[in-house]
Write a protein that binds this ligand. Structure first.
Ligand code: 8YV
Length: 330
């Protein structure tokens, strides 16, 4: 039987590519920039499967141009780069990488919260610039984190892992808002209480965004929501760009409408809104919340496992859809 042809869209761990090559015919690409218009389609034509990251958009036009494609395995838990209904209709399996990154990503959310609230990045810039001449009682005094109220918007696996850190490690009171309420046992394990979004924004000392992106949650946090928050509050976004209106956030930070922000994701990334680059009270990181060596390797292995299992006819481990049958390609 001819081996399946797989396209790996970004550089990944060589050992994972080598393992895939034992099962499939691997075509690999390592692009140091976003795709140009139509470029990804060209690479996917003639391929049976693909290993993608959040940076590869899989939509109806691409699927129509790639009739051999059977599976796209995302190396990410989020899959808003997939048009899932179009993939399902076209008979294309989608998979993601849940669970393996939950705790690592929650660690990073907490790191951003601490860094922003406690002004660590500002402090480092101040020190490196040689401004540190004396001890001052108010030097870079920030907001308290332990014992305060954390509001989490989006209470999936990562939101719950953050809640556990907050409640058990930092003695925080956790309130959350989500599409649906958690089971009472899960709420108890997270020591988290369900509240409406407005109450969360008005009363939380710090707000963490961990919800999946869809057009329905575009600009969930804009000028109006920022205006509800405490002036001493920190906003952290480790979910997806587009959930926050970055221009409105930069304005709110500059005006002191909220105290600080920590952002790992951006609208239109890798581009970052220029106003965010010039406000001091925001910590900016390049979408690295899942980036430990162990976790990124586990994500790549799981994406590869999904491809291997699929082509061996065992069905993928972590599917995101149940595709309709697709007629065999010529
Ligand atoms: C990925 C992420 O690194 O898993 C996700 O949804 O956002 C990150 O862990 C990124 O999407 C690249 O695939």
């Amino acid at each position: 039987m001819t081996p399946a042809r797989i396209f790996i869209a970004r550089a990944i761990f060589p050992e994972v590519a080598q393992r895939l090559a034992q099962h499939c015919e691997v075509h690999q690409h390592s692009l140091g920039r976003p795709w140009a218009e139509g470029e990804l389609v060209q690479h996917l034509q003639g391929m049976d499967g693909a290993l993608t990251t959040g940076a590869e958009r899989i939509d109806a036009a691409l699927l129509a141009a790639c009739p051999r494609l059977r599976i796209v395995a995302n190396m990410a838990v989020g899959y808003n780069n997939f048009d899932v209904p179009a993939m399902t209709a076209a008979g294309v399996q989608g998979t993601n990488t849940p669970d393996v990154l939950t705790e690592t990503t929650a660690d990073f959310g907490f790191a951003l919260l601490l860094a922003a609230a406690r002004r660590m990045a500002e402090g480092e810039r101040y020190l490196r610039a040689g401004h540190w001449k004396e001890w001052r009682y108010d030097l870079l005094a920030g907001a308290e984190v332990h014992g305060t109220r954390l509001g989490i918007i989006g209470m999936g696996r990562i939101g719950q892992a953050i809640a556990r850190r907050a409640a058990h490690g930092f003695g925080m009171e956790v309130v959350y808002h989500n599409r649906s309420r958690l089971e009472p046992a899960l709420e108890a394990a997270c020591r988290a209480r369900y509240v409406g979004k407005e109450e969360l924004l008005r009363t939380a000392d710090h707000v963490m965004l961990v919800l999946p992106y869809s057009s329905a949650v575009h600009h969930t946090i804009g000028a109006a929501e920022l205006a509800l928050m405490k002036t001493t509050a920190t906003l952290v976004n480790i979910a997806r760009g587009g959930i926050v209106d970055d221009a409105a956030l930069a304005q709110a930070l500059r005006a002191g409408r909220i105290a600080a922000a920590g952002l790992d994701v951006f609208e239109g990334e890798p581009a970052v809104h220029p106003d965010l680059l010039t406000v001091p009270n925001v910590v900016l990181t390049p979408h690295i919340a899942s980036a430990t060596v162990r976790t990124r390797l586990a994500m790549a292995q799981l994406a590869a496992d999904n491809l291997i299992a699929f082509f061996e006819g065992r069905g993928p481990l972590t599917p995101v859809n149940t595709p309709l049958p697709r007629p065999p390609a010529e």
